[in-house]
Design a protein around this ligand. Structure first.
Ligand SMILES: Nc1ncnc2c1ncn2[C@@H]1O[C@H](COP(=O)(O)OP(=O)(O)OP(=O)(O)O)[C@@H](O)[C@H]1O
Ligand SMILES: [Mg+2]
Length: 281
């Protein structure tokens, strides 16, 4: 796909949207996601995260202002197909996203609809399954998979369409901690390979993996920065009904008690700081 000259893959420009024509979910929203960024969207229930995700995939279009994806106006029907086939949206429940009983047919569904012929189609299925750690699963039945595996098949189906941006709307919400970690590994790997990622989550340890964290409240951007800048703002996060990462809470508590550790946002970082501290004692 041709690169957007402005380097901005997603741009909300004074955007406003209302489902019922009365109450705006967001208004005067300005938000840009550059190509290759791994952005995490946080916000309490009803703050507008899923509505924003659907605007990036042109499933919804703004009532006011504009949303541009890959430099194209989502409200222009001429671009709808292009945007939807280059922006992959993964939802919370994998059961709602799988369409075929055999994994290879499921993963092939999207690219087949894009008109990708064989043998490229088969190659894309093989590559996408390898990308999510399910190589060799082509002939398996989708119903027999765990939730985490199903979600990875759903992502493989999107990857096989070769999207330029991946939007995950609480895609890890129904998975156990192991399934969540596995999926996060896949997302981090995709980002390292250059994919633009917009991840919506309620899990702070996932937000800590992102390059940038945007916190929404009533459709407005309340915080915007690196995870290290945003996730340590404990009082504000709590006011917005968001959790503060465990490592952050513990390091703040330790600092209050006079222990000289920086405010850490991940367990691993805090563990390292405490180990370093204990070795100097
Ligand atoms: N299909 C719909 N029709 C009418 N109102 C809707 C619809 N979907 C969402 N809303 C309303 O829009 C607002 C934003 O909802 P949205 O689903 O975007 O929030 P969210 O941040 O994704 O919340 P959650 O964390 O619960 O998933 C809420 O007030 C919600 O009730
Ligand atoms: Mg939502």
């Amino acid at each position: 796909m041709a690169k957007d000259s402005s380097n901005s893959f997603v741009r909300f420009r004074d955007a406003g949207f209302s489902y019922d024509g009365k109450r705006f979910v967001f208004q005067n929203l300005n938000l840009e996601v550059p190509q290759g960024q791994f952005l995490c969207l946080l916000g309490g229930n009803g703050s507008g995260k899923s509505t924003i995700a659907k605007h990036i995939d042109a499933l919804l279009v703004p009532d006011e202002g504009a949303v541009e994806v890959f430099g194209k106006d989502t409200a222009n029907p001429e671009f709808t197909y292009f945007i939807r086939s280059n922006a992959g949206l993964v939802f919370q429940n994998p059961d709602d996203q799988l369409v075929a009983s055999l994994i290879e047919n499921d993963v092939a569904f999207g690219p087949e609809n894009l008109g990708i012929p064989n043998p490229e189609l088969r190659q894309r299925v093989t590559d996408a399954l390898a990308e999510v750690g399910l190589q060799g699963f082509e002939e398996h039945e989708t119903f027999a998979l765990s939730g985490g595996q199903k979600q990875r098949v759903a992502i493989a189906g999107i990857l096989a369409m070769d999207p330029a941006i991946l939007i995950l709307d609480e895609a890890t919400a129904m998975l156990d901690p192991r399934g969540r970690k596995g999926l996060m590994r896949v997302v981090r790997q995709l980002h390292q390979e250059g994919m633009t990622i917009v991840m919506i989550t309620h899990f702070m340890e996932e937000a800590a993996s992102a390059q940038r964290v945007v916190v929404l409240d009533e459709g407005q951007v309340r915080m915007d920065g690196t995870p290290q800048e945003v996730l340590v703002r404990a009082d504000e996060l709590q006011q917005l009904s968001l959790e503060v990462p465990f490592a952050c809470r513990l390091s703040l508590l330790l600092r209050q008690r006079g222990v000289n550790v920086p405010v850490c946002i991940t367990d691993d970082a805090l563990k390292e700081e405490l180990c370093a501290l204990s070795s100097t004692m």
